[in-house]
Design a protein around this ligand. Structure first.
Ligand code: ZN
Length: 201
């Protein structure tokens, strides 16, 4: 904290500095930009921040981000509801959707199993997924958890639970570099991994 700014300006700079990828210089520049902006313009930013916190919830079916009870993907009649793609985070849904190769629906786990970090299966939406597969006309479940140890472990755990249901279980192809994440994979890489997905034995 510095005495050269007023208290409010200091606070704003501090908040910007907490954002990922924002250093002190950029935080200062952003704060002065807001200070110079017309009140209505600056308020739009404040309102946008408030809206994402107040309006965005989890879809009741797939746990993706949604402003209604059911997300846009689950409510889309053209989607293939018999194929469920399982991902760790909403950001993975966005990465996969950007490929334009997906006509299926999703199930967002809310993370991966990591006992050392204290994340147990019960902390994720796995139970809800099993119910969903048992209750519906699901034919294929595609494991699109990250291609790293935690993601692989989570996929194996879920497939062991789903095996009894008789549903076909596939995993995105190994074109994705091991240890990488869905979020940062290129669209081309993801499309190849979708097309080349293989059945989990
Ligand atoms: Zn949904």
């Amino acid at each position: 904290m510095s005495d050269i700014y007023t208290e409010s300006l200091n606070k704003l700079i501090e908040e910007f500095e907490k954002l990922p990828g924002i250093g002190p210089k950029t935080a200062e520049r952003l704060a002065f930009h807001i200070l110079k902006a017309k009140p209505a313009e600056a308020m739009k930013l404040a309102e946008a921040i408030r809206d994402v916190k107040n309006k965005i919830k989890r879809c009741q079916i797939c746990y993706n981000l949604s402003e209604g009870k059911v997300c846009q993907i689950c409510s889309d009649k053209r989607r293939d509801k018999a194929t469920i793609c399982i991902v760790e985070q909403p950001k993975d849904v966005i990465a996969l959707e950007k490929t334009g190769a997906c006509k299926w629906v999703y199930h967002v786990l809310g993370g991966h199993i990591a006992p050392l970090e204290g994340i147990e299966p019960g902390d994720l939406t796995i139970e809800r997924l099993v119910k969903r597969v048992r209750g519906g006309d699901v034919k294929e479940v595609i494991m699109a958890t990250n291609p790293n140890m935690a993601g692989d472990g989570t996929a194996l755990y879920i497939s062991s639970l789903l095996r009894k249901t008789g549903v076909k279980i596939t995993r995105l192809a190994r074109g994705l570099p091991t240890g990488s994440t869905i979020e940062y994979a290129s669209g081309k890489m993801l499309t190849d991994a979708i097309i080349g997905r293989q059945q989990l034995e």
